[in-house]
Design a protein around this ligand. Structure first.
Ligand SMILES: Cc1cc2nc3c(=O)[nH]c(=O)nc-3n(C[C@H](O)[C@H](O)[C@H](O)COP(=O)(O)OP(=O)(O)OC[C@H]3O[C@@H](n4cnc5c(N)ncnc54)[C@H](O)[C@@H]3O)c2cc1C
Length: 298
């Protein structure tokens, strides 16, 4: 019986582990990827994590993992596939068939960006295709970019990018946007923003980096950046019978990581929140750990 089992070794999970270990409790981190450090490993450059200007996501992840390993936190390379409540806590069932029991769980399995799945979308990942305007927008200062999507993320991204980019195309597959009408109005008033409705991306082309985005309307956009904001998929499929999720599948919880199930905490991108970033994931990890510590020693 472990005190705390953490699912996922992204910034939320590793930070939670650091706080739990330093409170002298038993902790194990279950991570399905080999030496995984979460989504940040996909980012070639991180400019908004204090103290590490310009670091690659891979290196930042390694540094956090090294920090956790120095504290002798145990990592287990396994996928957690099911969760059951027991009298004393929770049973975590792993893909190998092994089961682990813990007094508490901190779930930090993150979210995955929905991809475009068109020709070129894999080839140009990190070579002009981004899923995060607040992370990568600054690299496109003075350049032409396209934002794909019709919800709040797409509208917010387009507005943010319009402050620094030369030209921003906003492409939506429908006529009506789902996002905030006020933001849409602001975008419509911007001279460097062009809104293209009822169009889908058909192909992304380039030599080494993105150069052209072809739409199914026959229009071709000459851009250097493609910001994909067509939604994220929180990794909560296995939890829907255990805890309360919102309509998009995120685990309902505030900053303290307390979910609808006592003893089952959440941190990072997988919880309901506004800003999904490394620093907010790390902060969540610290808060959820604090909640778990108080739950155990209460
Ligand atoms: C390309 C890209 C660039 C980004 N750039 C920046 C940036 O510049 N600055 C910034 O602040 N943020 C950036 N982000 C966002 C940032 O990476 C995320 O907000 C952050 O990683 C979320 O951390 P997390 O710990 O909540 O989840 P994640 O990082 O998603 O980690 C979750 C971990 O859980 C593991 N996992 C999932 N399910 C299971 C399971 N069932 N069993 C075991 N393990 C499991 C996953 O393998 C993963 O390692 C970027 C994201 C991407 C994709």
């Amino acid at each position: 019986m472990t005190d705390v089992l953490i699912i996922g070794s992204g910034p939320a999970g590793m930070t939670a582990g650091i706080y739990i270990k330093r409170a002298n409790l038993d902790v194990q981190i279950i991570e399905k990827e080999y030496e995984g450090t979460g989504q940040m490993a996909e980012s070639s450059r991180i400019d908004n994590y204090p103290g590490f200007y310009g670091i690659s996501g891979y290196d930042l992840g390694e540094k956090i993992r090294e920090h956790a390993e120095n504290l002798e936190i145990e990592f287990l390379e396994e996928e957690a596939v099911a969760f059951e409540e027991t009298k004393k806590g929770f049973l975590v069932i792993l893909e190998s068939g092994k089961t682990l029991e813990a007094k508490t769980v901190i779930y930090t399995a993150g979210a995955e960006h929905r991809k475009l799945n068109v020709p070129g979308s894999d080839t140009f990942e990190n070579k002009g295709i981004s899923y995060c305007a607040s992370c990568d927008g600054a690299f496109y200062k003075g350049k032409d970019v396209v934002v794909i999507g019709g919800g709040n993320s797409a509208l917010d991204d387009a507005l943010l990018l319009s402050e620094t980019c030369n030209k921003v195309y906003l492409v939506h597959r429908r006529d009506k946007f789902r996002g905030n009408p006020g933001t849409l109005e602001k975008l419509e008033a911007k001279e460097n923003v062009e809104i293209i409705r009822n169009a889908n991306v058909q192909e992304i082309k380039g030599t080494k980096k993105v150069e052209t985005v072809l739409l199914d309307t026959g229009v071709s956009l000459e851009v250097q950046g493609v910001f994909v904001a067509v939604g994220t998929i929180p990794q909560t499929e296995r939890l829907k019978d255990l805890i309360e999720l919102d309509e998009n599948g995120y685990i309902k919880a505030g900053e303290d990581g307390v979910t609808s199930k006592p003893g089952f905490f959440v941190a990072g991108d997988v919880r309901t929140k506004k800003l999904r970033q490394i620093i907010t994931a790390a902060a969540d990890g610290a808060n959820a750990a604090d909640s778990a510590i108080h739950y155990i020693i209460r």
